[in-house]
Write a protein that binds this ligand. Structure first.
Ligand code: SF4
Ligand code: SF4
Length: 381
């Protein structure tokens, strides 16, 4: 298992994580076993947005002997009322629901205290002004949450969260289909009435959100990486082609700022399938060819950072250079941190000999040699 730094939290999280929402549908002992098994495979981050006692108890029991070797995302504002999940900012419900989480986890803290699920501006305003956000800061100051995070499906909200300066990481929904859709405050309507042929590459607001996370060192953990399984099936996939788990995991893990993808598991075999990503070949991880061969897409000319264009005769990490180019060219002044990271590359764009071997391998027709020239001009090397 590989581990990545979760932005400025500094936590080293496993690139494959655990999304807990399917635990509730299993027998308790079996579900506890599945979480323990995942931990034995090196998974060390788990999300618990679920307010129901059963899911929380399962996670609590699975972590009983090893709480300190897990990083937990615990949500503030996910409550359980009359046997139902209710998202609220009302402290009358929020406070006891969060205390219940700690109690069931047999822990005095969660590592990542998540401002739960904000997708709309109205909800953002309600959450960020008043008792709710004061409570979040209170939890942080008292050490009951070690870092403040936020969960959203809306890149516009994500970008605002980055700009607060105090939100250190974001749980965000990422997959190739979502990335092509414009920001919305209603996830359920994201694909309503879309024209199947009207996919025109990564939505600019999403690209901007990823750039902003990378620039401000706000780490991302990923939810909905498989689009609820729809991308495994060509009939349901908006691209008209199917993907494998390794390809979708690779897609998420090659987005700027992403540290971990939290997959949902029903069985140990599914854990094994996700963890196998670590030993998958480049061909097995190759989502780019799948997208490029899809009847319903238009990613042309956009770098997806897939790395399909390797190898470069002068060993330039082309995907990484393209990422820095996008990051730098999107703003008037290049931030110092971006310059530093770029200059730390072993080989920079100035070394490009313009052979265009990469261009013949790029499934998205990216004009790499030209971008290399522009990158070298931007960074001066
Ligand atoms: S240039 Fe093309 S092949 Fe290379 S990383 Fe970008 S999209 Fe992938
Ligand atoms: S064009 Fe430049 S970046 Fe592409 S393979 Fe040749 S040397 Fe490497």
């Amino acid at each position: 298992m590989e581990y990545r730094k979760l932005g400025k939290t500094g936590l080293m999280v496993s690139e494959i994580g655990f999304g807990g929402e399917w635990l509730e549908r299993h027998d308790e002992a079996e579900a506890v076993d599945c979480v323990k098994y995942a931990h034995e495979q090196g998974i060390n981050i788990i999300d618990c947005w679920m307010p129901d006692p059963k899911s929380r108890d399962i996670i609590g029991k699975a972590m009983e002997d090893c709480r300190d070797s897990w990083y937990v995302q615990g949500h503030i504002g996910s409550t359980y009322q009359n046997g139902q999940y209710v998202r609220t900012r009302d402290l009358k419900y929020v406070r006891p629901a969060f205390e219940d989480l700690l109690e069931r986890f047999h822990s005095d803290h969660v590592d990542l205290g998540m401002i739960h699920y904000i997708d709309s501006m109205d909800d953002w305003d309600a959450a960020m002004n008043g008792d709710y956000i004061r409570y979040v800061h209170e939890l942080h100051e008292s050490g009951k949450i070690r870092h403040i995070g936020l969960s959203t499906h809306n890149p516009r909200i994500g970008k605002m969260a980055v700009e607060t300066g105090f939100i250190e990481m974001i749980l965000f929904s990422i997959n190739p289909a979502f990335d092509m859709r414009p920001a919305t405050d209603d996830l359920d309507s994201m694909f309503e009435g879309y024209d199947k042929g009207d996919f025109s590459g990564i939505d600019p607001e999403r690209a901007e959100f990823y750039r902003s996370c990378e620039e401000h060192e706000v780490g991302i953990t990923v939810m909905k990486g498989f689009f609820g399984g729809r991308l495994f099936n060509k009939e349901q996939s908006p691209f008209g082609v199917e993907f494998t788990p390794a390809q979708l995991i690779h897609y998420s893990l090659t987005r700027p700022g992403v540290a971990s993808i939290l997959c949902g598991y029903d069985t140990k075999e599914q854990v094994d399938a996700a963890v196998a990503y670590g030993s998958a070949s480049e061909e097995e991880k190759d989502y780019a060819s799948v997208i490029a061969s899809a009847p319903l897409h238009s990613y042309s000319g956009q770098c997806t950072y897939c790395g399909h264009c390797k190898p470069c005769p002068v060993d330039i990490d082309i995907a990484m250079v393209n990422k820095f180019y996008d990051l730098a060219s999107a703003q008037k002044d290049i931030p110092e941190s971006v310059k530093e990271h770029y200059k730390a590359l072993e080989h920079t764009a100035a070394e490009c000999i313009g052979c265009k071997g990469c261009e013949s391998r790029c499934p998205f027709d990216v004009k790499v040699a030209d971008r290399m020239k522009k990158t070298a001009e931007l960074f001066g090397c």
